[in-house]
Design a protein. Structure first.
Length: 297
């Protein structure tokens, strides 16, 4: 026998054993065979079809197929939905979405908050506003209000929901309306002051957080120009949220900030190059349009 073939035999045996370990005892039926054959095209829809088939049948292989669907390109809201679904399955430890006790023959998964977080985080950094909400809830459940605040603010800026934050603004020391002189002092709020210190040291995520705080006027003076300054500092370091939120600020303008669509487009292009699907032109053109209703802050 060829020496190369002899070296491959142990590897082939391991692969065969691994396949046996994950192959169900039931025979493959026509629906499964057809779905698997179609999935050879590597397309999102085909992989998602297999994932949903296995999920419906309470087959743990659904996880692998959701991951395959999530890995397809180009990035869209649909690929991020597969990432979010993986996060929810792993956080709950069950394949179905029911709140009732699982059936005796159901596959039992070990819940993993850490693995769920990775999928939520991945979806959020591909642009999903739903994953931003998932992460806010994930942090809240663990009593991490600073982490929850991060994702609440980023989603509120994207959705133009800053008007909904008025109770938080009123309850946070250091908050001030536009036109109030900016202070070089640290915020009297310890959480905000901690973000300010990290941002000043060059932490790009903290710089984005500080930008959203300035845009919302929470713990600091509400100032969109100052918000843009912090977004752009993070963006210059390659932070995708810094790039995207800088694009939104420039594309929308207002509150004393001059609108500049060309400059916005340049930041959106950088975010899109990092697979942030909402930075695609078809999305950001809609995101910068004036809202139908104006809400006072």
């Amino acid at each position: 026998m060829n020496p190369c073939c002899r070296r491959l035999l142990p590897l082939l045996a391991l692969i065969a054993l691994a396949g046996c370990a994950t192959t169900p005892t039931r025979p493959v039926d026509d629906s499964e065979r057809d779905a698997l054959a179609a999935a050879a095209d590597g397309q999102f829809d085909s992989a998602l079809r297999v994932a949903k088939l296995y999920q419906y049948r309470n087959d743990v292989r659904a996880l692998d197929w959701y991951a395959r669907a999530a890995a397809t390109t180009p990035r869209t809201h649909r690929t991020t939905s597969a990432e979010e679904q993986l996060g929810r399955i792993l956080e709950r430890g069950r394949l179905d979405s029911a709140d009732t006790p699982q059936k005796p023959d159901a596959v039992v998964l070990k819940p993993s908050a850490r693995k769920a977080y990775r999928w939520y985080h991945r979806a959020a950094y591909h642009g999903s506003p739903y994953a931003m909400s998932d992460l806010e809830t994930w942090y809240e459940r663990r009593g991490d209000m600073e982490g929850a605040l991060r994702w609440r603010l980023r989603r509120a800026v994207y959705l133009r929901h800053l008007y909904k934050l008025q109770p938080l603004r009123d309850a946070t020391s250091g908050s001030a309306k536009p036109g109030t002189p900016l202070s070089a002092d640290a915020s009297p709020n310890p959480v905000i002051a901690r973000i300010q210190r990290r941002a000043a040291r060059g932490d790009a995520e903290a710089q984005v957080d500080l930008g959203t705080l300035y845009e919302a006027g929470i713990g600091v003076v509400q100032d969109k120009t100052e918000a843009l300054r912090w977004y752009e500092r993070a963006a210059a370091q390659g932070n995708v949220y810094g790039q995207y939120l800088a694009g939104l600020a420039l594309g929308r303008g207002g509150d004393g900030l001059q609108k500049n669509v060309d400059a916005a487009a340049a930041w959106f292009a950088k975010a899109h190059a990092q697979d942030f699907y909402m930075a695609d032109e078809s999305y950001w053109r809609e995101a910068i349009k004036p809202p139908f209703f104006q809400f006072s802050e």
